[in-house]
Design a protein around this ligand. Structure first.
Ligand code: FAD
Length: 467
């Protein structure tokens, strides 16, 4: 049996899942390289949480009378049987201790005394936090990884895998700006590359969260779990895109289908009401607040949405990938040597995702993938000398394709009627391959195209059901 410390692990992505996994691997003595599309800890959905959302929500059983069992029952009721066996159980069991550890490790400060009741829940499970110091959310974890000797390769995009027969044995990257390729052999590869939100033109996810997990799984023949399952949330319809804050949604006035609504009791309640109306195709607008005693109430002055004159239309943005690369309870995929965790992985939740669970999923399964890698590589025979590359195909004319993807996918953000899915898929399947090195933009569009095809095929197979 080989000794720990001699193995090389490549982690793709530096969001919460990737950094958690990298940290645990480095602590167990592995040589870890994190490849990340832009800046370490700042280029994923995790970094956006604090930037775009009003707070960091962590859903777990917190109060007396609640329990992992009750939490699991609620998760299952929402998932409609679409979670992978065992994953939801692990999540429910570990959510509370994971939340406590995460709060400590990221130095988060609670906004309320206790958890708040989220729409659809019977127990208050949503705890709201902000970083104690005004610093990037993942900074403590980045520092920890650096201290443990984790190597970061920034502005580098994984565009393919190295395969040693049926086993993943490294990655092929494109170095942004330089436009050249690099090959990084490894004993294990962890896909922590986030969700597929940014294949859609209107998304809360940053641009590199464009379905790399789906694209890389496809080229390596790795199994997927319902990749078309996604979650959409309301945002402002006109740029700059942002979540209306609680000040805007709760203290402003909402006009739904032309009718001004009663004030909602809370942000989750208002969000649920808006999302439901938009899903039904009903117009939703945010109106400036009513003037009270001749002036605008001070609590709404801070909201940019409410300072704008006139009605502000809202729309749905692709927010979260619920499906993804199929994993077992330890983040192993169907390809030996290839692991997945966080939003890149699918199956922890099914049809409907519970709010405030994305970070905990990334944290719990990032740690489990690290534990599995450390165990598996120590037992495995050395990789074969014969290595082949499987690459995400480069499309012709990436600049034009980006526009085509926007046009075809925008109407499919939330509702995916089977006929429209079929038309979009036919156009994308027929897109010709490129011939030369396409650079940064080309890599992003290539990943986006591959992921879009995977998602649309799954949506078509599922009968174009609502996401
Ligand atoms: C605005 C917003 C608010 C949210 N609020 C909450 C909340 O309050 N509570 C909660 O629990 N969840 C929330 N979520 C969801 C949660 O943030 C995500 O589920 C979670 O952060 C995913 O973490 P991750 O590490 O899997 O992926 P990410 O943080 O998205 O990281 C993905 C990483 O992969 C890199 N990458 C992608 N493709 C490649 C490639 N080919 N090569 C190299 N690198 C690549 C990216 O650059 C990035 O570093 C929110 C999400 C958003 C967008």
């Amino acid at each position: 049996m080989a000794q720990l410390g001699e193995f090389r692990v490549v982690v793709v992505g530096s969001g919460l899942a990737g950094l958690t996994c990298a940290r645990r691997l480095a602590e167990s003595g592995q040589r870890v390289t994190v490849v990340t599309a832009s800046r370490r800890g700042r280029d994923g959905a995790t970094h956006r949480v604090h930037g775009l959302a009003p707070w960091i929500l962590l859903s777990a059983p917190w109060v007396r009378g609640d329990s992992p069992r009750r939490f699991l029952d609620d998760l299952r009721q929402r998932s409609g049987g679409l979670a992978r066996p065992g994953l939801d159980e692990i999540f429910a069991e570990q959510a509370h201790p994971a939340a406590r550890t995460l709060v400590e490790e990221l130095d988060l400060q609670a906004l309320d005394e206790g958890p708040v009741l989220l729409p659809g829940d019977e127990m208050p499970r949503g705890r709201r936090f902000l970083p104690r110091q005004h610093r990037p959310l993942l900074e403590p974890l980045v520092r920890h990884c650096e201290g443990l000797g984790v190597v970061f390769r920034e502005r580098e995009v994984v565009v393919g895998l190295l395969m040693s027969r049926d086993r993943a044995s490294g990655v092929v990257t494109l170095r942004r700006g330089q436009g050249d390729r690099a090959v990084l052999p490894a004993d294990a590869v962890v896909l922590a590359c986030g969700g597929a939100g940014a294949i859609f033109p209107c998304s809360t996810s940053p641009r590199w969260c464009c379905g790399s997990g789906l694209a890389l799984a496809e080229v390596s023949g790795t199994r997927l779990h319902h990749p078309h399952l996604t979650q959409a949330l309301p945002v402002t319809a006109t740029p700059p895109l942002f979540f209306p804050t609680s000040a805007a949604l709760v203290n402003g006035r909402l006009r739904v289908g032309g009718i001004v609504q009663e004030r909602a009791a809370s942000l989750p309640e208002a969000t649920a009401m808006v999302a439901e109306a938009l899903r039904r195709g009903v117009t939703v607008e945010l109106l400036p607040p009513a003037v009270e005693n001749g002036s605008v109430p001070p609590r709404v002055k801070a909201s940019p949405a409410l300072r704008r004159p006139g009605a502000l239309p809202l729309r749905l943005a692709l927010h979260h990938s619920v499906g993804g690369v199929a994993i077992d309870a330890w983040g192993r995929t169907s390809t030996p040597g290839l692991y997945a965790c966080g939003e890149a992985a699918g199956g922890v939740q099914g049809g409907r995702r519970t709010m405030g669970t994305g970070l905990l999923e990334a944290f719990i399964f990032g740690q489990r993938a690290a534990a599995a890698v450390a165990r598996d590589v120590a037992r495995r025979a050395p990789a074969l000398a014969t290595i082949s590359e499987v690459l995400v195909a480069e499309p012709a004319d990436p600049a034009r394709l980006a526009g085509v993807l926007d046009r075809l996918l925008d109407p499919l953000t939330e509702i995916r009627p089977v006929e429209e899915v079929g038309h979009a898929l036919a156009e994308l399947e027929a897109w010709p391959r490129g011939t030369g090195a396409a650079g940064d933009e080309g890599a992003q569009v290539a990943l986006r195209l591959a992921a879009a095809r995977v998602m649309l095929r799954a949506a078509a197979a599922a009968g174009g059901e609502t996401a």
